[in-house]
Design a protein around this ligand. Structure first.
Ligand code: GLC
Length: 437
């Protein structure tokens, strides 16, 4: 009997090893630590910030790439102060920051040695932006991560896909082997020099298409497993905003402008939410745009951001909220003002978000819940909703308003159902969090 168990175990582990599905210990720990962070800041910053028309300007305006690229000689964000940025993010309650090391335009924010010179070292600014951000983040205890574009609107060796073909790159010489070597060189630099927690890929969809039967096809074999293996060998996590089902080697499931499972922006149609991985919803603070765009004033309010954080946490997801710094190196004033208020909320209610798992009660819209150990947190997100009835796990010892510490009225019915009723004070804010112990 014993022998049989051992044999079965050996067989099972062989299968796991074969499928590459048994995550290593560092990986399990890193995924767990990432999920506990729950709130991060996304930064879209590059030459496009100087054009102030959003990060897709080159592609949507069908510009001549050579002409666009000359902005490199005018990129001099004299107001860039990594410590000041980090102060704002940390104060907002964020636990990590993810910056576009290289977005679709192909310009690199660090002095990379493996490209043709399209990087920060050749601007009048010269300073290593990622290096400064890495140092400031480390000092403040914030985890730095990198967004990295798989597609490229600058390089001649990148085999242009459906989106990229539109960009006027002169004398293209598609050579994926050469392009992949370049990417792997850059990724190695990024990890060895700046120690990110994860690399977040975007743009695989440049080569996606649907055949007549609606089946997904790819016009390029990206060889992503090899790239992911390189990253994993350095104990860094992988996320991939592919808008498709995750591959086994992707550690974090990325949802673009979507609360996992809702497909709100139309990108997650074919994504099944994985229960065995951390999830991350990335979203915009300024309406519809990631990179800085001048004159488009509509920013989300702090209340909206807080509600998004709570809803994401209630679905086991982190929220990665984007800010597009301008070409001078400053964060838009409106973004700073919103983040300040979000920080005030976190200072009082952070326990209900960091390190929590879904609470499993409430409707997911007006009231959502999170849980940490034996403590349940109820977020009342709709000012019209003042009470909730549900069956708690175990015996209720206390119910209080998390921010004020004031007791909250509750009743337990004969069948064990608990009803909590909140009273809203004028300064309670929008999301009233109730702690049920
Ligand atoms: C999209 C866009 C890109 C943005 C990203 C963030 O894929 O192409 O500009 O960086 O979403 O999720």
């Amino acid at each position: 009997m014993k022998k049989l168990t051992v044999m079965l175990l050996v067989a099972a582990s062989a299968i796991c090893a074969q499928a590459g599905s048994a995550p290593e210990q560092w990986n399990v720990a890193a995924r767990k630590a990432f999920a506990a962070e729950r709130f991060g800041i996304f930064l879209h910053w590059g030459l496009y910030s100087n054009y102030a028309q959003g990060e897709w300007y080159l592609q949507t305006h069908k510009l001549d790439e050579d002409a666009y690229a000359r902005m490199m000689y005018g990129f001099c964000p004299s107001k860039f102060d990594a410590r000041e940025w980090v102060r704002v993010f940390k104060n907002a309650g964020a636990k990590y920051v993810t910056i576009t090391a290289r977005h679709h335009e192909g310009f690199s924010l660090w002095p990379t040695k493996v490209d043709d010179g399209y990087n920060i070292a050749n601007t009048p600014f010269k300073r290593d932006i990622l290096g400064e951000l890495a140092a400031a983040s480390k000092e403040a205890g914030l985890q730095l991560n990198f967004y990295y574009s798989l597609l490229d609107w600058h390089r001649k060796d990148y085999p242009a896909g459906f989106v990229t073909s539109n960009v006027k790159v002169r004398d293209r010489k598609p050579d994926y082997a050469s392009y992949k070597k370049f990417m792997m060189g850059q990724i190695t630099e990024l990890i060895d020099n700046y120690h990110p927690g994860y690399i977040w890929f975007d743009g695989e969809w440049d080569h996606h298409f649907r055949d007549d039967k609606g089946e997904l096809g790819r016009t390029l074999d990206w060889g992503l497993d090899e790239i992911f293996d390189l990253i994993h060998s350095k104990h860094v996590l992988v996320a991939n905003n592919s808008h498709q089902a995750s591959r086994p080697k992707e550690d974090i499931q990325a949802f673009e402008r979507d609360l996992p499972g809702e497909n709100s922006a139309g990108y997650s149609e074919s994504i099944t939410v994985k229960t065995d991985r951390p999830l991350e919803q990335c979203d915009v603070l300024q309406n519809g745009i990631w990179g800085y765009r001048i004159g488009e004033g509509s920013f989300r309010t702090s209340e909206e951001v807080v509600a998004m954080v709570a809803r994401a946490a209630s679905k086991n997801a982190n929220l990665l909220m984007n800010i597009g710094p301008d070409g001078s190196g400053q964060l838009p004033e409106q973004a700073v003002a919103v983040m300040d208020k979000v920080g005030d909320w976190f200072a009082k209610n952070g326990d209900s978000i960091y390190g929590t798992v879904p609470g499993g009660v409430a409707d997911g819209k007006d009231i959502v819940s999170t849980r940490k150990g034996g403590t349940l947190y109820l977020h009342f997100l709709n000012p019209e909703k003042k009470f909730l009835t549900f069956k708690p796990q175990g015996k209720v010892a206390s119910v209080r308003n998390l921010a004020t510490g004031n007791p909250v009225a509750f009743e337990v019915a004969a069948d064990g159902a608990l009803t909590v009723t909140i009273e809203r004070a004028a300064d309670d804010g929008f999301d009233v969090v109730i702690e049920v112990k």
